[in-house]
Design a protein around this ligand. Structure first.
Ligand code: NAD
Ligand code: IPM
Ligand code: MN
Length: 354
């Protein structure tokens, strides 16, 4: 209850289209005594192309003072000559995740009834698919630690160094164990590539084993990232909570989305569990330049990200209302239906309003 200062970063491409629907649903789902005081930030490709600004320090500090952030998507068309690769991804999105210490990138995957999965009947028949990926959000190969030598010559060497600190690995593993403990199956799978990335693998494995001793009620498991690609397509039911590094977590969650109804449904939270800065909620997908501007993107992922936001702010009942409305909407979707983005938002908002 009270006022929530909400930073809204609609961003690029379909970002503004899906964010508008998420806001529509958030407003109707919020308890009557909770008011969102929104500030919209025009960060993204347009501002960068017009002014050269990506995330000015003063804007970052203003955002740091908000209670939560709702983000659409950032990034332009691949290989746009005016938009060097990574400018927005690194300078805006990753900078927010790093500066606001979003070390838990939470990405739930549940196959809701009515959502279409490309998996075979034989695989789907094994049972419910309901798992969550706890992706490390502040380290790994995402830190920008690397460089290039002799660029453009045949002797060119380019490196991106994966950073794994005991501090960073321990805190995300601990968070994942705590989340696993709260779920009925209480199972945590570490996903890595310890057979090849032996240095990073050693710290992940050792800390995983050490912390497991503090959570004797949680069943533990380990899979190499490549094998996880097999299991997600042949036996996804085996997963309950997955903990993994930043890059493996990025890749694994697009596949997880694809098998549970598609990228248009996948929500995420960039969470600062210590609450030293606002957490940020966003769909797993990007700016989808191929369909931007047409109002055909599915806003469900953004809407479900709004539910994660409400849950994080201590309103689990309001979050559950959104989830129930999405479930009901999905149950009535048919393959021949071509609803526009605002129609999906309206339908879900109407169900929330009940
Ligand atoms: P993408 O997720 O934008 O698109 C991949 C595919 O999924 C496309 O075919 C797209 O049309 C489809 N898709 C995505 N969201 C959809 C939705 N809501 N409804 C229906 N279809 C949807 O990934 P990409 O094409 O690899 O990247 C495009 C741009 O987005 C790049 O600049 C990339 O860096 C950026 N990106 C940003 C984020 C983010 O802001 N969090 C995430 C991923 C990619
Ligand atoms: C995501 C995106 C980002 C990531 C990019 C755009 C930096 O793919 O949120 O999954 O790799 O984390
Ligand atoms: Mn991604």
């Amino acid at each position: 209850s009270g006022a929530v200062n909400l930073a809204v970063v609609p961003g690029d491409g379909i970002g503004p289209e899906v964010t508008a629907e998420a806001l529509k649903v958030l407003e109707v789902a919020a308890p009557a005594d909770l008011k969102f005081e929104r500030t919209t930030y025009d960060l993204g490709a347009e501002r960068y192309l017009a002014t050269g600004e990506v995330l000015p320090d003063a804007v970052l500090e203003e955002i740091r003072g908000q209670d939560a952030i709702l983000l659409g998507a950032v990034g332009g068309k691949p290989n746009d000559p005016n938009l060097p690769p990574g400018i927005l991804e690194r300078g805006l999105l990753l900078r927010l995740r790093f500066e606001l210490d979003h070390y838990v990138n939470l990405r739930p995957s549940r196959l809701f009834p009515g959502a279409a999965s490309p998996l075979s009947e034989a695989v789907l028949g094994k049972g419910e698919i309901d798992f969550v990926v706890v992706r490390e959000g502040t380290e790994g190969p995402y830190t920008g630690n690397g460089g290039a030598l002799r660029v453009g010559t045949p002797a060119e060497v380019a490196t991106e160094v994966s950073v794994n600190t005991a501090f960073g690995v321990e805190r995300v593993i601990r968070d994942a164990f705590a989340r696993a403990r709260k779920r009925p199956r209480k199972k945590l799978t570490l996903v890595h590539k310890t057979n090849v990335l032996v240095n990073a693998g050693a710290v992940w494995w050792r800390l995983f084993e050490e912390i497991a001793a503090e959570f004797p009620d949680v069943t533990t498991d380990y899979s190499h990232i490549d094998a996880v690609m097999i299991y997600l397509t042949t036996d996804p039911q085996r997963f309950d909570v997955i903990v993994t590094d930043n890059l493996f977590g990025d890749i694994v969650t697009d596949l997880a989305a694809a098998i549970t109804g598609g990228i248009g449904l996948a929500a995420s939270g960039n969470v600062n569990p210590d609450r030293t800065a606002p957490s940020m909620f966003e769909p797993v997908h990007g700016s989808a330049p191929d369909i931007a501007g047409q109002q055909v993107a599915d806003p469900t992922a953004a809407i479900l990200s709004g539910a994660l936001l409400l849950d994080h702010l201590g309103h689990p009942d309001a979050a559950a209302k959104i989830e129930a409305a999405v479930l009901a909407d999905l149950a009535e979707r048919t393959p021949d239906q071509a609803r526009r983005t605002p129609e999906v938002g309206d339908a879900i908002a109407a169900r929330v309003a009940g």
